[in-house]
Design a protein around this ligand. Structure first.
Ligand SMILES: Nc1ncnc2c1ncn2[C@@H]1O[C@H](COP(=O)(O)OP(=O)(O)OP(=O)(O)O)[C@@H](O)[C@H]1O
Length: 324
């Protein structure tokens, strides 16, 4: 196992010790070697705090963890050599070039000067930074800067790279490029632990993921396994009149596994979510049932379960809405 945590917890206390924020409340997770592991959750869920603890930047309030085979609390120096950390904002300066910054990063890890230069050239090639590597960083685009941030995290050849929201704020093309970089990192033998609040990113990029909400892991597994937990299809129906009656009538149907009613919107429309075996077969029957009761649906939508449905099922909220 590359990462193994038990009851990892972080409570922030304000200076006056008056206020406490339980940012991470007992996280147990495992990450295997060679994985791209995703940590998915809305803003403020505790993703960055967990990442900072696992990379030794922040001391846990309690709990234990092993990272790269080393004890996080007893062997922090060894852990630090094993991992790379790329934060959200990126610490790159404007007045130096990418090549200079990469060499400095190597020096920070106490690599000999000549090796730093060789390594900088290797990293520039691997991340395709050639085009702008000898220009001052202040002129880079957001995507170029982000690629440099990730490249910086790999200078000392870590076994594991932590990436905090690597694609937030990037345009779709730079985002796709970053996904490629992450996949190539794994191909070159670096495991990746990334945080994201993008569902499609977790789904497309990660071998396994954990969903965190309010400092606690609500569910973990492969994207496919998680979606399979919600077997079948989901039919969402917007009802303007008699939503309770509609929900009751539909939940009596043998092909409907479960009905969930949302909160009415300002115009009084309630969305009923029906979990069914086969959505396309169910829709005509649903419409007939409502029609017989004189209820006209305002909208009807059929979809395959997504990671958002997994989150919704576990927390009662949509990740799309929570992660504004
Ligand atoms: N230094 C701090 N002092 C007090 N509270 C903090 C501190 N850092 C984070 N928090 C709080 O801890 C909780 C978790 O924050 P964290 O940054 O780990 O979440 P996150 O999931 O990474 O969010 P985001 O997606 O916005 O980066 C939040 O309620 C946050 O306000």
């Amino acid at each position: 196992m590359l990462i193994e945590t038990a009851g990892l917890r972080k409570t922030y206390r304000s200076r006056q010790k008056k206020e406490e924020v339980e940012a991470v409340r007992g996280v147990d997770l495992t990450v295997k070697e060679g994985e791209i592991f995703g940590f998915l959750g809305p803003n403020g869920a505790g993703k960055t705090t967990t990442l900072r603890m696992l990379s030794t930047l922040l001391e846990p309030t309690s709990g234990t963890a092993r990272v790269g085979g080393f004890d996080l609390l007893k062997q922090p120096t060894q852990v630090r050599r094993t991992v790379g950390y790329v934060g959200q904002s990126g610490g790159t300066w404007g007045e130096v070039t990418a090549r200079e910054e990469l060499v400095m990063q190597g020096r920070l890890y106490e690599m000999p000067k000549a090796e730093c230069r060789t390594r900088a050239a290797e990293v520039i090639k691997a991340f395709e930074l050639d085009e702008f590597a000898d220009r001052k960083i202040k002129g880079y685009s957001g995507g170029q800067r982000r690629r440099l941030d990730v490249a910086l995290g790999t200078v000392h050849r870590p076994k594991l790279l932590f990436l905090d929201e690597p694609t937030t704020g990037l345009d779709p093309q730079s985002r796709a490029h970053m996904w490629d970089e992450v996949r190539q990192l794994r191909e070159r033998g670096t495991s990746v632990f990334l945080t994201t609040h993008y569902l499609d990113e977790a789904d497309a990029l990660c071998d396994r993921l954990a969903i965190i909400d309010n400092g606690e892991i609500v569910v973990d597994g492969t994207p496919l396994d998680l979606k399979r937990q919600i077997a079948g299809d989901i039919v969402e129906i917007g009802v303007g009149t008699s939503p309770e009656e509609a929900a009751r009538l539909l939940s009596d149907k043998s092909f409907v596994r479960e009905v969930e009613s949302g909160e009415p919107d300002p115009s009084g429309v309630v969305i009923l979510r029906l979990y069914v075996e086969d959505g396309s077969a169910a829709v005509p029957d649903i419409l007939r049932t409502l029609d017989a009761a004189d209820i006209s649906p305002l909208s009807i939508e059929l979809h395959r379960p997504s990671l958002d449905d997994v989150f919704l099922k576990q927390t009662g909220r949509s990740l799309r809405e929570s992660a504004s």
